[in-house]
Design a protein around this ligand. Structure first.
Ligand code: NAI
Length: 481
C-alpha cells in the first residue's frame, strides 16, 4: 500500500476546513495543507476568528495549526509537494447558459484540475470531495491526462463528504460511513487502499465502503435527494393535517415507529435550506433529463416544488392570520441561519419567508445568535429577493438581542431551530408585544401549551390551532376534536 505523507486540500470552505482539521488531528504523521484563492478566508483560518462556526472546531484547529495543519494561499507549492490532493471547491447551481438554474457549475472543479496538471510532477492521487454529477471524475481524468508532463501520472478517486453543518466535527470524527470510489484496476485499487488507510487511523474499516467511481458519485446525490425527499414528504403531510384536523406531530410519531421508516428527519417545518439539498436535487434532475429519463426527473423535481410550497404556505399563514394584511406591521424573525449551530445562510428558508413578507410591506426585525447583520443584509438585498437594496434597508432591522427584536411586534416567526429560543422568557416577550400576540413556530420547537397559557396565538405547520382566534380564522365552521 502506498503511504500518503502530505495532503493538499483545494478549497478552505465548510467542507475543506473541517474535514482537513479532523484529518490532521487523527493523523499526526501526515502534513495537511488547506489552500484557497480567497486570501481573506485563509487569513481567517489562521486567526482566532475562524471563517465558519462549527461546535468543537476551534479547539481542533488551535491544537494542530502550525504543527501538521496549515492554511495557505500558496496553491502551487501545496500541490507540488502533496501525494494526495482533495478537490473541495464549491459546485453551485449554474446561473447562466445551458442548464441554468439546475445543472452543477463545474468551472471551479475544472480550474482545479488544470491547476494540478500545470504544476504537478510524479504520481498524485486526486480526490473529488466536492459533490459532482455522475462521471465528473472522467472529465477530471481527461483534463489531467491531456495536460500532464511526461513524468506525471494520476489516479482520480471519488470520496464524497457526508458531514452535516452544525455537527460537522462529530460527523467527521464518527462517520456513519466513508465512501471511496475508484477505477477497477490494480492502480485504481491501490489508490483506493491508500486513501482508505488514512481514514483507518480513526474509522472502523467496516464503515469504509469501496465502490466503483460512478456508484460513489451517484451515492452522494442519492443520499441528499433521499434526505430532502423525507422533509418534503412530512411537509406535504402537514398540509393535509391542516385541512383535516390530523396533527402532523402525531402522524410523524406513528409513522416513525415503523422500523423500516425510522423516526429521524420527520419534523414538519418551513422546509430545508443550505447549500446542498436544493443544489444536489436539481443536479440530479438535470442529470435525469440529460439521460432522457423524464419520469425520474419529474419525480425528484417535486421534492423542490413541495419545499417552495411550504415556505410560501408559512408566509401565507402569517399574512392571513394577521387579518390579511401585514403592511406596516412589525414581524420578528427568530433565526436566520438555515439550521441551528451554523452561521451559514445559503438557501435558508428564512430568506424566502422574509422576501414574501417584505413583498407584503411588513417591517422585519431579525435576530440570529450566529449570523452577522452584514450577512443577513447581503442575502436580503440580493436582486432576486428585494426590489432594490434601499427597500430592504428600509424594511429590515437586524437586532442583537431577541427581546429587543420582539418588542412591539405583531407577530414572531421562528425560522431556525436554535436551542436558545426554547428557553426565552416568553411572559416578558408577550408583555412587550401588540395584542393579539402571534407566534408562528416554523420549526415546532417552542413549548406550545405554555405559550397558549401565557395568551399567545400559536400556529405550527401541520397542527390545528386550539380554541383561539387562529382556529376561528382557519376553521370557522369545523369542530375538530
Ligand atoms: P465553500 O463555498 O464554503 O468553499 C469552497 C472554497 O473553494 C471557497 O473558499 C473558494 O474560494 C474555493 N475555491 C474555488 N475555486 C478554487 C480554486 N480554483 N482554487 C482554490 N480555491 C478555490 O463550499 P463548501 O460548502 O465547502 O462545499 C464544497 C463542496 O462540498 C461542494 O461541492 C458541496 O456541494 C460539497 N459539500 C458541502 C457540504 C456542506 O455542508 N457545505 C456537505 C457535503 C458536501
Amino acid at each position: 500500500i502506498m503511504k500518503v505523507k502530505k495532503i493538499c486540500c483545494i478549497g478552505a470552505g465548510y467542507v475543506g476546513g473541517p474535514t482537513c482539521s479532523v484529518m490532521a488531528c487523527k493523523c499526526p504523521d501526515i502534513q495537511v495543507t488547506v489552500v484557497d484563492l480567497n486570501k481573506a478566508r485563509i487569513n481567517a483560518w489562521n486567526s482566532d476568528q475562524l471563517p465558519i462556526y462549527e461546535p468543537g472546531l476551534d479547539e481542533i484547529v488551535q491544537k494542530h495549526r502550525g504543527k501538521n495543519l496549515f492554511f495557505s494561499t500558496n496553491i502551487d507549492d501545496a500541490i507540488k509537494s502533496a501525494d494526495l490532493i482533495f478537490i473541495s471547491v464549491n459546485t453551485p447551481t449554474k446561473t447562466y447558459g445551458i442548464g441554468k438554474g439546475r445543472a452543477a457549475d463545474l468551472k471551479y472543479v475544472e480550474s482545479c484540475a488544470r491547476h494540478i496538471a500545470a504544476v504537478s510532477t510524479g504520481f498524485k492521487i486526486v480526490v473529488e470531495k466536492s459533490t459532482v454529477p455522475v462521471r465528473a471524475a472522467a472529465s477530471i481524468s481527461s483534463i489531467l491526462s491531456s495536460n500532464k508532463q511526461s513524468s506525471t501520472s494520476y489516479q482520480v478517486l471519488s470520496n464524497p463528504e457526508f458531514l452535516a453543518e452544525g455537527t460537522a466535527v462529530e460527523n467527521l470524527v464518527n462517520p456513519d460511513r466513508v465512501l471511496i470510489g475508484g477505477e477497477k484496476s490494480p492502480e485504481g485499487n491501490a489508490a483506493v487502499d491508500a486513501l482508505a488507510e488514512i481514514y483507518a487511523n480513526w474509522v472502523d474499516p467496516e464503515k469504509i465502503i469501496k465502490t466503483n467511481t460512478w456508484s460513489s458519485e451517484l451515492s452522494k446525490l442519492a443520499a441528499n435527494a433521499f434526505l430532502a425527499q423525507r422533509i418534503s414528504s412530512i411537509n406535504s403531510m402537514s398540509a393535509i393535517c391542516e385541512a383535516t384536523g390530523a396533527d402532523v406531530g402525531e402522524v410523524a410519531n406513528a409513522v416513525g415507529k415503523d422500523s423500516r421508516i425510522g423516526n429521524k428527519f420527520l419534523q414538519a417545518s418551513i422546509g430545508f435550506g443550505g447549500s446542498c439539498f436544493q443544489k444536489d436535487v436539481l443536479n440530479l434532475v438535470y442529470l435525469c433529463e440529460a439521460l432522457n429519463l423524464p419520469e425520474v426527473a419529474n419525480y425528484w423535481q417535486q421534492v423542490i416544488e413541495i419545499n417552495n410550497y411550504q415556505r410560501r404556505r408559512f408566509a401565507n399563514h402569517i399574512v392571513s392570520s394577521l387579518y390579511n394584511t401585514v403592511y406596516g406591521k412589525q414581524i420578528t424573525l427568530l433565526g436566520f441561519a438555515f439550521k441551528k449551530d451554523t452561521g451559514d445562510t445559503r438557501e435558508s428558508s428564512a430568506i424566502y419567508v422574509a422576501k414574501y413578507l417584505m413583498d407584503e410591506g411588513a417591517n422585519l426585525k431579525i435576530y440570529d445568535p450566529k449570523v452577522p447583520s452584514k450577512q443577513i443584509m447581503v442575502e436580503l438585498e440580493h436582486p432576486t429577493i428585494s426590489e432594490c437594496p434601499e427597500k430592504a434597508r428600509e424594511l429590515i432591522d437586524v437586532c442583537d438581542d431577541p427581546y429587543v427584536a420582539c418588542q412591539g411586534a405583531h407577530a414572531i416567526a421562528v425560522c431556525t431551530e436554535w436551542d436558545m429560543f426554547k428557553t426565552l422568557d416568553f411572559e416578558k416577550i408577550f408583555n412587550s408585544m401588540l395584542k393579539p400576540a402571534f407566534i408562528f413556530d416554523g420549526r415546532g420547537i417552542l413549548p406550545y401549551e405554555k405559550l397558549l397559557d401565557i395568551g399567545f396565538e400559536v400556529l405550527l405547520m401541520g397542527k390545528c390551532p386550539r380554541e383561539t382566534v387562529l382556529r376561528k380564522q382557519y376553521f370557522p365552521s369545523c369542530n375538530f376534536k
